[in-house]
Unconditional design. Structure first.
Length: 390
């Protein structure tokens, strides 16, 4: 846990805003673990400035704290955001937890109170938030996609067990350990997300304890993610190796739909439609998107110097057209490496950012925009298809 650095809990004013009572209840949960690690918390009799300053100093060195405490603080710290607060409030309401937040409650207060009432709920919402931050996926679809949003059912326990067994067998055969796979399903914004935790290839790292040096041998844990989108009838996969991606594509196809080749069409991103000009941004027919503006495009050229150019503007196409001698802002010989857009949704005044970096990176300002953005990308041919090469 030595790489952990808390964003908020090392700041005395944040700790003071949370208050001694709430912090006291939290640290009491780790009384035995703290004693085992010989960690001493500040004396409650200290004045506020010294008490909260000393506590912040303790949290500045997470490598000396119990792992259980670090895990909890890390999740709470990450959920003390605007998006995290919304997810926690919705989770509290759905679970009907006996929690009411004061109008003066800070986001840190809210996250800490949820953890104290239900560590499992906070962990679940933290995992969801981590999942949707992922931006690098490979997409695969059924060659004859069908809108299954009204008919698709989340896989039951028996199906998840069968998937887990199939993955365990593959990981065992590929030197990633045996029977350490766990599938954690989440339903988020009409999509079905599956976090797949498994062992990775064995690792060795040097460790020093005082004057004694030794080598640790251990199997790291790894998280992969598979998402099924029923209305598009496709999956997207976040995994490290080609073999893992093929494994997930085939086994999810088989156990969800009865065929390993169900997801046999590869989907990827291209920026080539931008060469057609402003018409490529037209969202007509996509209900829920009002306007799309190109704000930035990165171009590059082959050659020994790897030349590149980034063109930025409040509106790249409108700016180019406004010159006395208008020009095409997209160089016809350049490779298009990245583009950033402002997307106006519905009647909202402020746009949200969307960024594409071929071949497989899509970054969204808000995850729940994904389905509308994918429809626009498909309509305007920013998404391409091809047969999977086995």
């Amino acid at each position: 846990m030595a790489s952990i650095r808390f964003k908020r809990f090392t700041k005395p004013h944040v700790l003071k805003d949370i208050g001694r009572a709430l912090l006291g209840r939290f640290f009491a949960k780790f009384k035995d673990d703290l004693a085992e690690k010989e960690v001493t918390l500040p004396d409650p009799a200290l004045a506020d400035e010294e008490y909260f300053g000393t506590l912040a100093d303790v949290l500045l060195s997470p490598e000396g704290l119990p792992g259980t405490l670090n895990d909890a603080l890390y999740a709470i710290d990450e959920m003390a955001t605007e998006d995290g607060q919304q997810r926690l409030e919705e989770g509290v309401a759905e679970a009907q937890l006996p929690l009411t937040f004061d109008e003066k409650s800070t986001r840190e207060d809210i996250a800490l109170q949820v953890w104290l009432e239900s560590p499992e709920l906070l962990a679940q919402k933290h995992n969801e938030q981590r999942l949707i931050r992922l931006s690098s996926f490979e997409y695969y679809s059924n060659p004859a996609p069908t809108d299954r949003s009204a008919t698709f059912q989340a896989p039951d326990a028996a199906t998840l067990d069968a998937l887990t067994g199939a993955f365990d067998l593959w990981f065992s055969r590929h030197n990633r350990g045996h029977k350490n796979t766990k599938i954690e399903p989440h339903e988020i914004d009409g999509e079905f997300w599956f976090m797949i935790r498994h062992g990775d290839t064995y690792a060795r790292t040097p460790k020093v304890e005082g004057s004694r040096s030794e080598v640790l041998h251990y199997r790291p844990e790894k998280d992969d993610v598979v998402v099924y989108t029923p209305d598009l009838d496709e999956i997207r996969i976040h995994a490290g190796t080609k073999g893992e991606k093929q494994l997930y594509r085939e086994k999810f196809g088989f156990y969800l739909f009865g065929r390993e080749n169900f997801f046999s069409e590869f989907k990827t991103y291209t920026l080539e439609p931008l060469r057609l000009g402003k018409d490529s941004l037209d969202p007509q027919g996509i209900e829920g998107i009002r306007e799309i503006i190109l704000r930035e495009v990165e171009m590059g050229w082959d050659g020994q110097f790897n030349d590149g150019l980034v063109r930025k503007s409040d509106d790249v196409f409108a700016s180019a057209a406004a010159y006395e001698r208008s020009f095409n802002p997209i160089n016809e010989k350049a490779k298009l490496r990245r583009a950033a857009f402002d997307v106006y949704f519905g009647d909202e005044e402020k746009p949200r950012k969307v960024q594409i970096r071929p071949p497989n990176i899509l970054k969204l300002g808000r995850h729940c925009d994904a389905r509308l953005v994918h429809r626009w990308l498909s309509k305007q041919k920013f998404r391409t298809t091809g047969q999977v090469q086995e």
